[in-house]
Design a protein around this ligand. Structure first.
Ligand code: NAD
Length: 483
């Protein structure tokens, strides 16, 4: 093994791009303006396809369809069991077409084809099945009052939902958002990220095949400041569920406040700490810390971008980390041997490289990587910085790339203080054999998820969401349905 870029695509067949138009009211249509935009292959910067560029007028049409489907259509009026049956069919179709959906995400986002097929798609299928199972179990409560009346609550679908999703897990976030909304009886407009529109359009086609009525799911591809902004400020959308950067989350909250005060759920950025105590097993900790940052080339909101290591095992752990980083295989996302593909686009590639330069200038010690890889495409070496202090930019900002910041600590109090020394609060990890340390850490870290002796342990039943500037609201689990 060794680092390389632009490996072979071997036997995986790259799919023909079948769906490039907006999906509105059950059919694929051009943008009203007739405009299209390019979606780019991050392996080589070449155009994969031209996709319809929706804007405010198209969002209006999509919302009209969703509104009609909510106010008069069958979906919210069906029994939960009927919705569940159609959702189960949808899940089966996604499962049967896993290869095609995975190839679209790999092409558009530079994600590892094999991992999307074996991880992201089964995860999406499971989300659909989980919420299908919940669709006929949504009920309120009977209330006793002090004045002799009896009251009851109903859980009602919120109405038309706008889902604005990012590019790092295109199909996963499509289904994370769509599945609970379908179960509740909502109708929706999905705005995928402009970098990765293809799997959402394909998934809309599968929804139609599954029998989801027209107007229930609409997909408007296009740019954030036009199509996205139109969703956030639309007077006929009852809720916007957003996953993306903290900066745009703030814009969306403002747009919601200044339009119809729609409900808002925000899943935003992170700068998650992984804290490794002296009693952890180095042979387990080192690979976990490395995949914590390199999984999905660091383009994951819960990346373990700050690794805090207790002084007793620091040297041994760092040695192991460097060895592992040097044998990590960067290459074509369709190559089964690759462990890391290219960054999603030129912007992200340049942004990550500029953070690496910052880290060097700020005085952090570069232990591994630090450079782009290959002659074409957006590949970056796995990069490790040591001696990172809390006030360096690379410790504070979400880089969203394969760049790890290592920090040494002495005591548990120092670990807690430094773990919390961030404006974000999405996730954290703790590696220790001591149950008291584990419990103290999980209660003291201000983050929505704290993983103990594991990382990236996403469970269907566990709600996922942030503290602080990582947002509010929940995806996943029953809270994902109710909030
Ligand atoms: P982004 O905020 O730039 O874009 C996300 C989506 O918002 C895209 O669909 C984009 O078109 C749209 N958008 C952009 N400007 C808009 C505007 N003015 N109005 C409405 N919509 C607009 O984020 P990104 O770069 O695509 O994704 C990376 C970010 O997403 C990172 O910060 C990452 O941490 C975050 N993220 C968070 C989670 C989570 O669950 N908390 C998961 C994945 C990614």
């Amino acid at each position: 093994a060794g680092q390389k870029a632009n490996g072979s695509s071997e036997s995986v067949e790259i799919p023909e791009i079948k769906f490039t138009k907006l999906f509105i009211n059950g059919g694929f249509v051009d943008a009203i303006s007739g405009k299209t935009f390019e979606t780019i292959d991050p392996r080589n910067g070449q155009v994969i396809a031209r996709v319809a560029e929706g804007d405010e007028d198209d969002v209006d049409l999509a919302v009209e369809a969703a509104r009609e489907a909510f106010d008069h259509g069958p979906w919210p009026r069906m029994s939960g069991q009927e919705r569940a049956k159609i959702m189960m069919k949808y899940a089966d179709l996604v499962e049967e077409n896993a290869e095609e959906v995975a190839a679209l995400d790999a092409l558009d986002a530079g994600k590892l084809f094999a991992l999307v097929k074996a991880g992201d798609i089964p995860g999406s299928v499971a989300q659909l099945r989980y919420y299908a199972g919940a669709a006929d179990k949504i009920h309120g409560e009977v209330l006793k009052t002090s004045q002799g009346f009896q009251g009851y609550t109903l859980r009602e679908p919120v109405g038309v939902v706008g889902h604005i999703i990012p590019w790092n897990f295109p199909s996963t976030f499509f289904f994370w958002k769509v599945a609970p909304a379908l179960a509740a009886g909502c109708t929706m407009v999905v705005k995928p990220a402009e970098q990765t529109p293809l799997s959402a359009l394909y998934s809309a086609h599968l929804a139609k095949m599954a029998g989801i009525p027209d107007g229930v799911i609409n997909v408007v591809t296009g740019f954030g400041p036009t199509a996205g902004a139109a969703v956030a400020s639309h007077m006929q959308i009852d809720k916007v569920s957003f996953t993306g950067s903290t900066e745009i989350g703030r814009t969306i909250l403002k747009a919601a406040a200044e339009s119809n005060l729609k409900h808002v759920s925000l899943e935003l950025g992170g700068k998650s700490p992984l804290i490794i105590f002296d009693d952890a097993d180095v042979d387990v900790a080192a690979p976990l810390a490395l995949t914590g940052i390199l999984f999905n080339k660091g383009e994951i909101c819960v990346a373990s971008s700050r690794v805090l290591v207790q002084e007793g095992i620091y040297d041994e752990l760092v040695k192991k980390l460097i060895e592992l980083a040097k044998s990590w295989v960067v290459g074509d996302p369709f190559d089964p041997k690759a462990q890391q593909g290219p960054q999603v686009d030129k912007n992200q590639f340049e942004k990550v490289l500029s953070y690496i330069e910052h880290g060097k200038r700020e005085g952090a010690t570069l232990l591994a990587g630090g450079k782009p890889l290959g002659k074409k495409g957006y590949y970056i070496e796995p990069t490790i910085f040591a001696d990172v202090t809390d006030n360096m930019l690379i410790a504070k900002d979400e880089i969203f790339g394969p760049v790890l910041s290592l920090m040494k600590f002495k005591t548990i109090d120092e670990a807690i203080a430094r773990a919390n020394c961030t404006r974000y609060g999405l996730a954290a990890g703790v590696l220790t054999k001591d149950i008291n340390t584990a419990n103290t850490m999980s209660r003291s870290i201000r983050a929505g998820t704290v993983w103990i002796n594991c990382y990236f342990a996403f469970e269907l039943d566990a709600p996922f969401g942030g503290y602080k500037m990582s947002g509010f609201g929940k995806d996943s689990g029953m809270e994902g349905l109710y909030k």
